[in-house]
Design a protein around this ligand. Structure first.
Ligand code: ATP
Ligand code: MG
Length: 146
């Protein structure tokens, strides 16, 4: 298993639902290490740029709108197979299809307001991490037993 880094976003609905702690706790409980985290409110140009890959999709405008409705929490998660592991913790895009116990099953309101984002491949993870964080903002530490 390769050690990877992935970008997580707790979306505006997750922040407003008060599940920042629950989401971060789920990542840590499943062995993902939080090596950077911060809260910010995306501007429209930032949201448009972050989701540029979805520019031609019918939901793009609405998604950009939603992502600017309130603050988000962006984090870099590190661990073995972090990209796939994070997507497993999040569950399917549409909460109606998400497995029991996943963050989207537990907290998402619908396919758009689905609480969390996670990178989908090593290349997108690298691009998305550098979208929000300078290399010097990523920390290094060892997890120890509680
Ligand atoms: P994310 O990229 O946020 O981790 P994902 O990879 O599961 O989610 P994508 O297909 O990349 O899903 O879509 C990006 C985001 O766009 C989704 O998380 C959701 O917020 C929104 N979205 C996706 N499909 C739809 C849709 N059919 N209608 C409305 N919004 C959608
Ligand atoms: Mg995606």
């Amino acid at each position: 298993m390769a050690k990877e880094r992935t970008l997580s976003i707790i979306k505006p609905d997750g922040v407003k639902k008060g599940v920042i702690g629950a989401c971060l706790a789920a990542f840590e409980a499943k062995g993902l290490k939080i090596v950077a985290t911060k809260m910010l409110h995306l501007s429209r140009p930032q949201a448009e740029a972050f989701y540029a890959v979805h520019r031609e999709r019918p939901f793009y405008k609405s998604l950009v709108e939603f992502m600017t409705t309130g603050p988000v929490v962006v984090s870099v998660l590190e661990g073995d197979d972090a990209i796939a592991k994070n997507r497993e913790i999040m569950g399917a895009t549409n909460p109606a299809n998400a497995a029991e116990g996943t963050l989207r099953k537990l907290y998402a309101s619908g396919i758009e307001e689905n609480t969390v984002h996670g990178s989908d491949a090593p290349e997108t993870a690298a691009t998305e991490i550098s979208f929000f964080f300078a290399a010097s903002e990523l920390q290094s530490y060892e997890r120890v037993k509680k």
